[in-house]
Design a protein around this ligand. Structure first.
Ligand SMILES: [Ca+2]
Length: 294
């Protein structure tokens, strides 16, 4: 009997020891996970979540265009207004998943738009808030008509003028290496359109070699050669539904620290994702100061 008790005691203690070893192993495994692996423990069911952080459509009917002479445009309105800005954030390693710090390119902008008979004109005032990542990057711009809030039609190059230069028919969208744009820039544009709503959006193009250009658009948008699509498109969403580009409307946006996972930089982001965008809608207003900077 005595031996049995000792045997059971030894068994009990050794199973405790084994359990603690397994826990240690699990902890070690977690520490070894890459940012992408940690991020991929989350899965996005509703892919349209990425198109809810900015109203990606501007209703031009708010610009009163009656009694205009030919060639004349309405007074310009400023967007997004309310002292807020559009922030476009990009990871530059697409189609690889990267480190999910979302700071490779961060552009802060506001927009002025006016409308004439059959054309829209405006200014895009932008600032490069951050350039992390090491790849050569061009910053590009797309112009869309928006129908029924979800259908985007690319405005063809031949109908667009940027900074006084007509874009090449059938060519790539407008883009420039970020170094040429500098820290702050202003883009003047004009395009032909009679649509009720339009949208203008930044994307990036990585240029690893001269001929190898890889464009990266914000979540839910299609590749630039697609003429018409309905958001959300999966072109720039990972297998778990995460984007390489994000568009947020906010008063300010703290820069996630280099190589620090976005989930740590913005602790409420996880709640927002898990609730399918129903909770913590203001997650970007609550950065963790340990993992972000201004
Ligand atoms: Ca990155």
């Amino acid at each position: 009997m005595k031996t049995n008790k000792i045997f059971i005691a030894v068994l009990f203690i050794s199973s405790l020891f084994m359990a603690s070893c397994i826990n240690d192993n699990l902890d070690n495994v977690n520490e070894d996970l890459t940012n992408a692996e940690i991020m991929n423990q989350l899965k996005i069911k509703d892919l349209s979540i990425w198109n809810t952080l900015t109203t990606q459509s501007i209703d031009l009917s708010s610009l009163k265009s009656s009694n205009l002479k030919s060639g004349q445009a309405t007074q310009m309105m400023e967007y997004p207004g309310d002292g807020k800005y559009y922030f476009a954030l990009f990871e530059d390693l697409y189609p690889s998943e990267g480190d999910y710090d979302f700071n490779d390119i961060i552009i802060k902008s506001n927009l002025k738009l006016g409308q004439g008979n059959g054309f829209v004109e405006g200014y895009l005032m932008s600032e490069l808030v951050n350039k992390g990542g090491s790849l050569p990057v061009e910053i590009g711009l797309m112009f869309y008509e928006v129908h029924d809030e979800k259908t985007y039609v690319r405005i063809p190059n031949e109908n667009i003028t940027v900074n006084g230069n007509p874009l090449e028919k059938g060519g790539n969208p407008w883009s420039l290496p970020y170094e040429k744009l500098g820290k702050k820039w202003e883009i003047k544009f004009e395009f032909k359109s009679e649509a009720k709503s339009v949208w203008i959006a930044y994307h990036i193009v990585t240029v690893r070699e001269k001929e190898k250009r890889t464009e990266i658009l914000t979540g839910g948008f299609a590749k630039t050669d697609v003429e018409k699509f309905q958001i959300p498109v999966k072109d720039f969403l990972s297998k778990n539904g995460f984007p390489w580009g994000l568009e947020i409307t906010a008063k300010e946006f703290a820069i996630p620290n280099e190589k620090k996972l976005f989930l740590y930089a913005y602790p409420k982001f996880e709640e927002w994702v898990k609730s399918e965008g129903n909770e913590a809608k203001d997650w970007f207003d609550y950065p963790n100061e340990e993992y972000t900077h201004k």
